[in-house]
Design a binder for this molecule. Structure first.
Ligand code: SF4
Ligand code: SF4
Length: 438
């Protein structure tokens, strides 16, 4: 089965795009379907679980068979009663499967948090779920696993929401432009807007960019929205203001989900390190090494509206440049993580987070619409996840059909195969394969 998953080009659809066939080669005790979807305004996983629970279960059982796992868990937010019911119905008569009902907090979908919630086990610092016997796969990933024996990954599911006329969850050919996706959601309600991949962990996207296997959402916001302003601030500005305005209150640390799980991460100390450098130099602090970049410190906790997350990102980059990683860190030899007693009381409810982010008025259902969409062209990136870029096996002028292999990864290399997402003619090949429909 890992071979079939590899051939189909399945990658983790909910995060960095880790090739799924590699996870399928591992040995595990439990496979967890990650349906936490804790990013405000996004509904893709919820909608998929509601509509395609049997397919999701098939994908979960395929991964269990591949990894030898005896247990499979569908993690779903308890507040979605209809989704819980759909999942419970789909697992009927399957004693090795169960539904785990999650609270409505951020970041419930972070692998460290999810594994702890479901199994009570803590992943070792800088480690992987597999080290505690778990494999975690996103909902869409498992659906792609179930489909792999029939078809490769050619489409992606995403919620298009925010300042659009018709918030919706779409199934689109990979490589469709962000601008076209916004058009399928009725178009933007404002003339000047910016696009976020997601509110907390997502980056700002250009309307000309293509959607990929890992795109889970597009949030359209007026160009002067505070989230867009914050996400486009320069590293130099973040560092300069952080250095002068941080009062070391330590709220960023007190709310940090990794700190609360007991890991050696303290963003206020990373902020303090700004005082040891001028505004052009990068911060340097080992207390950033275990940051998962969830943004809770920057977008929720800090009363001064500073950006400790990006200071941590800068600190990790400068430590990497100097050859430092967690294993070499002076913090690595400390005591094993032990959960902070305040963890249950410091989980950030999604509603409160949504208000704080200025997104309250954009809440919408965004129901799933799987109507096949005609797009004039697609620009399919050769790299859509972790590992090396796939190597194109098509050339300009060549005719392709949806599902044809257009790029593959050499044997022994980490990466994922890429397939044509529409019928058409290859117009160009560089870091993307541009295909035009007839
Ligand atoms: S919460 Fe803000 S002000 Fe307080 S220590 Fe962290 S960065 Fe500084
Ligand atoms: S982004 Fe902030 S809150 Fe999140 S893990 Fe990093 S330091 Fe902690």
């Amino acid at each position: 089965m890992p071979g079939t998953i590899r051939k189909a080009g399945v990658v983790g659809a909910g995060g960095a795009g880790f090739p799924t066939h590699v996870k399928a080669l591992a040995k595990a005790e439990i496979v967890i379907s990650n349906g936490a979807e804790c990013e405000p305004l996004l509904h893709k996983d919820k909608e998929l679980m509601k509509r395609h629970a049997p397919l999701l279960v098939e994908g979960l059982e395929t991964m269990m068979a591949a990894t030898g796992a005896k247990k499979g868990v569908l993690a779903v937010k308890a507040k979605y009663r209809d989704v819980v019911a759909a999942c419970e119905k789909a697992i009927q008569g399957r004693p090795s499967l169960s539904v785990f009902q999650l609270g409505d907090f951020y970041p419930a979908g972070d692998e460290y948090t999810l594994v702890y919630e479901v199994t009570g086990k803590l992943i070792p610092p800088a480690g992987l779920p597999l080290q505690v016997g778990a494999v975690v796969d996103n909902v869409e990933t498992l659906i792609n696993v179930a489909l792999a024996k029939k078809q490769p990954v050619t489409d992606t599911y995403l919620t298009v929401t925010g300042a659009v006329h018709k918030p919706v969850t779409l199934k689109l050919p990979i490589g469709t432009s962000v601008a076209e996706a916004i058009g399928f959601a009725g178009g933007a309600k404002v003339s000047l807007f910016g696009v976020l991949e997601s509110a907390m962990m997502g980056r700002v996207m250009d309307p000309a960019e293509p959607v990929t296997k890992t795109t889970g959402g597009l949030i359209i916001l007026p160009v002067d929205h505070s989230l867009l302003r914050k996400k486009t601030a320069s590293a130099q500005r973040i560092s300069r203001i952080g250095k002068s305005a941080c009062d070391q209150c330590s709220f960023c640390t007190e709310f940090c989900p990794r700190y609360l799980l007991g890991y050696a991460i303290e963003p206020h100390k990373v902020m303090r390190s700004l005082g040891f450098s001028d505004s052009n130099r990068k911060p340097l602090s080992e207390w950033a090494l275990l940051c998962c970049e969830c943004s809770l410190c920057s977008l929720y906790a800090c009363p001064e509206d500073l950006d400790p997350k990006n200071v941590c990102v800068g600190a990790k980059a400068s430590l990497r440049e100097q050859g430092m990683d967690w294993k070499k860190s002076s913090l690595a030899g400390g005591k094993a993580p032990s959960v902070h007693p305040m963890l249950p009381f410091r989980k950030v409810p999604i509603d409160r987070l949504t208000r704080k982010l200025g997104l309250w008025d954009y809440r919408a259902e965004a129901p799933l619409d799987e109507t096949a969409r005609h797009v004039k062209s697609v620009a399919i990136p050769l790299k859509q996840g972790l590992g090396v870029p796939a190597q194109a096996c098509v050339a300009a002028g060549q005719k392709v059909a949806k599902g044809d292999l257009i790029a593959s990864v050499p044997e022994g290399k980490l990466g994922a195969a890429v397939h044509a997402s529409i019928d058409g003619t290859v117009k160009s090949v560089d870091s993307r394969v541009l295909i035009e429909a007839p």
